[in-house]
Design a protein around this ligand. Structure first.
Ligand code: PEP
Length: 262
């Protein structure tokens, strides 16, 4: 991590925790975040829990006198409104209390057919709508085995960088090797650092200031046991955490590991 980039830890709850258990978890995470200075924390509940979670976080913020965590949607539609049954737009996420949204998660790319082009449009829609997108990129096991990791990841990065340019400054990138998500297999810190450095070099070719400022998170089986080692790498600026974000103790341990050394 570099001192100019505040570490960001985001928890992707996926299709877990509705409003009832989600409120309890978010309130506990918010309390832990209040005690963990120097990092930024985001949770991404399912759509139906967003407003209740945002309300619970606001209650903690009022009581503790600081906004401890941000709330993210897990996806959005590119249009602001209209006849798109089952979809949710950026303005709706903002109204529900979100400041963040995850875009292009590998499950969206693989299970719901999201292309690089659609991911770029969603990233733009998020920024125009006033949200900070967390844009996910990553290679499959087949692509890694074939030695195509950097080709694939940098293609995905350029797909958002080329149309958005400096506007991408509102975004965070997340490198998530697909083979490490939910599998317990984690990239070695050296392998992850190599990909993060290549992503930053790609940003730098376009805009040095953008590259220096943009946070690049690692995601894929991040746990309390491996987070400190990953987060110690120069170009790893935080984590996108799935399974280990579903309980406050595990997520709290990752937050504490992310605290900058004082
Ligand atoms: C994710 O889904 O973004 C993720 C990183 O999941 P996990 O931490 O469970 O691998």
């Amino acid at each position: 991590m570099d001192a100019i980039r505040v570490p960001l830890i985001a928890g992707n709850w996926k299709m877990n925790h509705g409003g009832v258990s989600g409120v309890v978890l978010a309130a506990s995470v918010a309390e832990i975040a209040c005690e963990t200075a120097g990092i930024e924390v985001v949770v991404a509940p399912p759509f139906t829990a967003l407003a209740a979670v945002a309300h619970a976080v606001e209650e903690v913020a009022q009581r503790r006198g600081r906004a401890p965590i941000g709330v993210a949607g897990q996806n959005l539609h590119i249009e602001a409104k209209g006849a798109f049954t089952g979809e949710v737009s950026a303005p709706m996420l903002v109204e529900a209390g979100c400041r963040w949204v995850i875009v292009g998660h590998s499950e969206r790319r693989q299970l719901f057919g999201e292309t690089d082009e659609l991911v770029a449009k969603k990233t733009l829609a998020a920024i125009v709508g006033g949200l900070h997108p967390i844009v996910c990129v990553g290679e499959t096991l087949e692509e890694r085995t074939a030695g195509r990791t950097l080709d694939v990841v940098l293609r995905q990065v350029r797909a958002v960088l080329e149309p958005l340019g400096r506007a991408l400054g509102a975004a965070v990138l997340a490198y998530e090797p697909v083979w490490a998500i939910g599998t317990g297999k984690v990239a070695t810190s050296a392998d992850a650092q190599e990909v993060h450095a290549a992503i930053r070099a790609t940003l730098s070719q376009r805009d040095g200031a953008l590259a220096a400022r943009t946070r690049i998170l690692y995601g894929g089986s991040v746990k309390p046991e491996n987070s400190a080692e990953l987060l110690s790498q120069l170009d790893i600026d935080g984590a996108l955490v799935g399974g280990a974000s579903l309980d406050a103790d595990g997520f709290g341990a990752i937050l504490r590991a992310a605290r900058p050394a004082s």
